[in-house]
Ligand binder design. Structure first.
Ligand SMILES: Cc1cc2nc3c(=O)[nH]c(=O)nc-3n(C[C@H](O)[C@H](O)[C@H](O)COP(=O)(O)OP(=O)(O)OC[C@H]3O[C@@H](n4cnc5c(N)ncnc54)[C@H](O)[C@@H]3O)c2cc1C
Length: 388
């Protein structure tokens, strides 16, 4: 039986291990933390939304970045760029690639790739539905301040073959999401979306792995790769011990670019810090994700009853300490949108984490360009890993 060493136990690594073991491989998953799902897969926005697969790198990012730069309330800035990036060659390369990916034909092809991957991943996840993985939302409601934005979003989604979207007016919005308070004129309802808990998914998938085939090794950080004739002989841990496998998969999220360098590959990915807030709610009345294009935040129902709020992209920031004012700003943005008393604000848990962001908004999944027995499974914002 071939042995695969999966480095990283987030949703990407655990899903990879689970599927490889089902295909007859023996797998070891190592993670530098004490258990799986301790970094970005710990608490995210909870959105499982093919309708949000439209790539981030498109020309509408420019006005959003400008509005953010000149925002009166800096705590509500949707986008922030770390000034330290100016001296980073990798960051300039990333930004160049981001700009190139704004070309209309790139946006169109990235959108198709991202949408297909989202749909495929959601299908794979739903196959585990009966094993205790929860899917809460019945769809997503995207709300817009101007009609043109709603029509534009519907028209790009209508190009995707399985997408089912509808334009809603205020009365229809209110019927669907009774707790919406502020009058929002333009909504797009997407039927194919849902929401779920990334940590619960990752940990329950770990439990589903056959213990005879998958071994989990916590507190093990891979810091080196011993390579000969374009083949990895060993992965080297921080304590200097060597781990041998026939094949190696790097699924280390933000930790993937430094390991790729050891293999002679370049993974063009920057950490992008974002906020996710878990807020209990007074009643389980939110049945749809609310994706607020006006305030640039997302709200998804999760069991509890509770919601996850998520927002903000702080490009090039890698520390995961939440700034209390940013957390409060996000809660207030959502609170302005919903009926008073719906969000139990005082019980909110504010969390910040960094997603590995590629310039085309697509994950890097596939073989190394240099090393024969090395693969990458690194996720980006809107996509869960392709499990082939
Ligand atoms: C605020 C925010 C909200 C988000 N909301 C959503 C959402 O609503 N929907 C959605 O689809 N996506 C969302 N995302 C993105 C999504 O959460 C991530 O893409 C996903 O969790 C990343 O999973 P991963 O397994 O690639 O990385 P991680 O979960 O970060 O896992 C990588 C693992 O590798 C380990 N590791 C790193 N380096 C090493 C090493 N050298 N040796 C050993 N182990 C190592 C780490 O300890 C970690 O456990 C959000 C991201 C953010 C930041």
């Amino acid at each position: 039986m071939e042995h695969v060493l999966v480095i990283g136990g987030g949703i990407a690594g655990v899903s990879t291990a689970y599927l490889l073991s089902k295909q007859g491989f023996r797998v070891t998953v190592v993670d530098k933390c004490m258990d799986v799902g301790c970094e970005t897969s710990f608490l995210n926005g909870g959105l499982l939304c093919p309708s949000l697969s439209y790539p981030w790198s498109n020309t509408s990012a420019i006005p959003v970045a400008l509005q953010s730069a000149f925002a009166n309330d800096k705590n509500r800035q949707a986008i922030r760029l770390n000034p330290a990036l100016i001296s980073s060659a990798l960051a300039w390369r990333w930004m160049g690639s981001f700009a190139w990916n704004m070309a209309p034909w790139k946006v169109a092809s990235n959108h198709v790739a991202s949408y297909n991957l989202c749909e495929y991943s959601l299908k794979c996840m739903k196959e585990e539905k009966d094993q205790g993985v929860l899917f809460t939302a019945l769809g997503s409601l995207q709300v817009f301040g101007i009609e043109a934005s709603a029509l534009a979003r519907k028209s790009v989604m209508d190009r995707m073959k399985n997408s089912k979207t509808e334009i809603l007016n205020w009365l229809e919005i209110k019927q669907l999401v009774p707790v919406i308070e502020t009058k929002v004129q333009y909504g797009v309802l997407s039927h194919g979306d849902t929401s779920g808990d990334v940590f619960k998914f990752t940990t329950s998938l770990k439990r589903l792995c056959d213990p005879d085939k998958v071994r989990f090794l916590p507190n093990t950080s891979i810091e080196g790769l011993e390579i000969k004739n374009k083949t990895i002989l060993h992965a080297v841990t921080s304590t200097g011990s060597k781990m041998h496998a026939d094949k190696y998969v790097v699924a280390t999220g933000n930790g993937a670019p430094p390991l790729a360098v050891l293999a002679g590959d370049v993974l063009l990915s920057l950490p992008v810090k974002g906020y996710s807030v878990h807020v209990p709610v007074s009643e389980a009345s939110l049945m749809y994700n609310v994706c607020d294009d006006i305030g640039k935040f997302y709200c998804s129902p999760v069991p509890g009853p509770a919601v996850r709020l998520s927002a903000f992209a702080e490009i090039g920031y890698s520390d995961t300490t939440p700034h209390p004012d940013r957390g409060t700003a996000l809660i207030e943005m959502a609170n302005d949108r919903f009926e008073p008393g719906f969000l139990l604000k005082e019980q909110a848990v504010v969390h910040a984490c960094c997603r590995p962001q590629t310039p085309d908004d697509l994950p890097v999944i596939g073989p190394s360009a240099n090393i024969k027995n090395l693969w990458y499974v690194t996720t980006s914002t809107s996509s869960f890993p392709n499990m082939n």
